[in-house]
Design a protein around this ligand. Structure first.
Ligand code: MOS
Length: 750
């Protein structure tokens, strides 16, 4: 392992912070294009059926309308879309078929946004309508076992037998609701053709994925398509290759000028993906001392009719605790809905809610402290595959957070702690997330004036990615962060994996450090061979780039400018990083748009996960049942932390989204029409500052020599995981009422 401690760990302000707060940082739809026309989606008002006719006369009569695209005039111009799981998904303009409410069925193009919107509102559609099935309990849904993607569902021993024989048994059903992303930046696309070349300005967390997906749908050579997305206003799984963009590209070709399309907030609920509702059934068997003897976890997840997309969080829950007998299963429930997709910690957020609620319930059955129940079941070995965890500091997280939180002041009896009219509850839960790695490529150049330029098609989804790349470069080359210029968000740059699965920090830092090491090698080699260098004859491997100098082991040095100019007026390195375990073709495969990641339980050598612990105090009003969360303390151990300042925010943001997920967020459905009701930011509840008075984050030091060369585990998603259970557990402690269906709102406590 390279000594990551010498490279990282210095809190660093974002290099793009000023650009972001002054408006200089551009979202994709803010990128200027010459003479754009404006697009507007027409979406279906039924959830199931067929289109029998369009009546477009009134729409075409709006002044400034240039074109109206429907399945009738462009349907065969695009290949079918691919879902988030790589399989089939709901279609848009390909045919007359309606799969879900709010499906894109036409694109109006006009001289102005207002004209396009007006015309879209005047498009009349005649449907042949069928009765839709909205969700789990609707007649007509179809439940089938999912197709496990990589390996079979985790299973070990005889879980049913062990449960039957267990000294202590606990069993319950849990459910989590539909949730929608609602990023600040909407799901926009601007498409501009220059002859055969297409540029797509669109928020994307996988630049090379967007490039390849648009090319494949248009049936053109990927080299003709460039994707640009320099700053992204919220992504977290929602902004990847999608079914929409291709129609904007086709519209731009038809009208012979760029087309810009900014959908509305309510359209975002049906034209993009979302977190699907789940139901889960858990059985835990334990011995009297709390050791788990059986874990059975089965999930059901809603999806669209054609898509088999599911998150299968049992992959993680089966690996949380030592247990000799494990059985898991996952089912998909096909309904007349848009296809769901990734949303921050897609598998763990819903599935750890069930497991960590059940662990808390088991602790009460056993009359054990919930922290101690985790301790007696802690393990350094993946209970399913028998592999060692690359590192696992779960109990350090519990212990440090518990101490800071004041867990020892908890009276274990529910409903006993009070402050006047407020019932007080303490709750805790485990957080985890697989530590993934993807392939990456980068180009780094350095000039004698000590300025470095880095280019990779990375993604600034709000995590501080530009800064992470600048830190990795600066620390490797002995420069200041300000001396580094970072270019990302453009598929003309070398590819990196999708900014998903929390892989990008590790993938980007590892490839950048690799390229910088190569630069240093070449600079050092030139110096030790040079007659005029004080480092002549030294061992090139022992030289370092430190504080603007090329430094020898016994302190001899020369200025960076001199050392670099010896290699030319500019020295450049291109590097590729392929994580151990991925095929040598990984970068080439990724360049074709195929996502490849390795981590969690997918590795042959170790189980790679980050861990954490949340502690929450809730106050429930004894009469109104209003729920407040005055404080949260969460601890995480996630290997090397590149930038503690950004990391603190990332963990905190995760914890806050977890609170939101526990108490507020739910997309509500009208069952009869299979339509979302609260598809706006007024009715889709999210927390404001007053809902989150105090969140303290502890970053537990952890040195992981096995997870990857720099020991970085990635922290994008773990912060949200388990928070929903910690809140539910605290609500139970406060009130004696166990809520197993999220969100936990006052009416569920009456
Ligand atoms: Mo994340 S939901 O894998 O972008």
């Amino acid at each position: 392992m390279r000594d990551a401690e010498n490279l990282f760990g210095i809190p660093t302000s974002r290099i793009d912070g000023v650009d972001k707060v002054t408006g200089a940082a551009r979202y994709a739809s803010d990128e200027p294009v010459v003479n754009p026309a404006y697009g507007y989606f027409v979406t279906s008002t039924i959830a199931r059926g067929r289109i029998s006719a369009f009546k477009l006369d009134r729409a075409k009569a709006v002044r400034g309308v240039l074109d109206i695209l429907t399945y009738q005039n462009v349907g065969n111009e695009a290949a079918p879309p691919v879902g988030p799981d790589g399989g089939p998904t709901t279609t848009t303009l390909e045919s007359d078929r309606i799969w879900h409410d709010g499906q894109i069925i036409a694109v109006v193009v006009a001289e102005t946004y207002e004209a396009a919107r007006e015309a879209a509102n005047r498009v009349e559609v005649v449907y042949v309508e069928e009765k839709p099935s909205a969700s789990f309990d609707s007649p007509g849904v179809e439940s089938v076992p999912h197709k496990p993607q990589k390996s079979p569902d985790p299973k070990k021993g005889d879980a049913a037998g062990a449960f039957a024989a267990a000294a202590v048994k606990f069993e319950a059903r849990y459910s989590t609701p539909t949730q929608h992303h609602n990023p600040i930046e909407l799901f926009t696309a601007t498409c501009a053709w220059d002859g055969p070349k297409l540029t797509v300005y669109e928020p994307s967390q996988f630049m090379w994925g967007t490039k390849n997906s648009v090319a494949a749908r248009l049936r053109v050579n990927p080299e003709q398509v460039r994707a640009v997305s320099r700053y992204i206003g919220g992504a977290f799984g929602s902004k990847g290759p999608n079914p929409r963009t291709v129609w904007v590209a086709i519209a731009a070709k038809r009208v012979g000028r760029p087309v810009k399309l900014v959908p509305t907030r309510d359209q975002s609920f049906t034209i993009a993906t979302y977190r699907a509702e789940t139901r889960q059934h858990i059985k835990l068997g334990a011995s009297a001392d709390g050791k788990l003897t059986s874990l059975i976890h089965e999930g059901w997840e809603v999806t669209s009719r054609p898509s088999g997309y599911n998150v299968s969080g049992v992959e993680s829950t089966a690996r949380m605790y030592a247990c000799p007998n494990i059985a898991t299963a996952v089912n998909v429930v096909h309904a007349d809905r848009n296809t769901p997709g990734y949303m921050r910690a897609p598998p763990e957020t819903p599935y750890m809610f069930a497991l960590e609620s059940a662990m808390d319930e088991l602790a009460y059955e056993l009359k054990m402290d919930p922290v101690e129940l985790r301790r007696v079941n802690d393990t350094q070995t993946d209970p399913v595959d028998g592999l060692p965890f690359s590192s696992r500091s779960l109990m350090q997280c519990f212990d440090q957070a518990a101490a800071k939180f004041g867990w020892r002041h908890r009276d274990a009896r529910p409903g006993v702690m009070r402050d006047g009219e407020w019932l007080i509850g303490f709750g805790c839960a485990t957080a985890c997330y697989p530590s993934n790695l993807g392939p990456a490529a980068v180009r780094v150049s350095l000039t004698p004036d000590g300025k470095a330029t880095v280019g990779l098609a990375g993604h600034e989804i709000g995590t501080g990615a530009y800064t992470l790349v600048a830190i990795s470069t600066a620390r490797s080359l002995g420069l200041h962060v300000d001396d580094v210029t970072v270019h990302m968000g453009d598929s003309d740059l070398p590819p990196i994996m999708v900014a998903g699965g929390s892989n990008n920090a590790a993938s980007a830092a590892n490839v950048v450090v690799k390229a910088c090491d190569e630069l240093k090698q070449r600079i050092a080699k030139a110096a030790v061979d040079a007659a005029d260098s004080p480092l002549r004859g030294a061992d090139a491997d022992k030289l370092t780039l430190t504080d603007g100098k090329l430094l020898g082991p016994s302190g001899e040095s020369e200025p960076l400018a001199r050392a670099v100019s010896r290699t030319g007026h500019r020295i450049e390195a291109y590097a590729e990083y392929i994580p151990e375990g991925l095929p040598p073709s990984a970068v080439a495969d990724m360049s074709k748009g195929n996502p490849l990641m390795l981590g969690g339980a997918g590795r042959k050598d170790v189980a790679a996960f980050a861990f954490g612990a949340h502690f929450v105090e809730v106050r429930v009003h004894s009469r109104t049942r209003e729920i407040r969360v005055p404080r949260v303390v969460s601890a995480f151990a996630a290997g090397t932390i590149v930038n503690p300042k950004a990391a603190y925010s990332q963990f905190m943001g995760g914890a806050i989204w977890g609170l939101s997920s526990a108490l507020l967020e739910e997309t509500e459905m009208d069952e009869g029409s299979a339509r979302y009701i609260n598809d706006n930011l007024a009715d889709y509840l999210i927390p404001v500052n007053a809902d989150v008075p105090s969140v303290e984050i502890i970053m537990v030091p952890e040195k992981d020599e096995r997870v990857n060369p720099l020991g970085i585990k990635g922290i994008g998603e773990i912060g949200i995981v388990g928070m929903n259970a910690a809140v539910a557990n605290a609500v139970f402690h406060a009130t004696g009422k166990r809520v197993r269906e999220l969100p936990i709102r006052a009416e569920k406590l009456l």
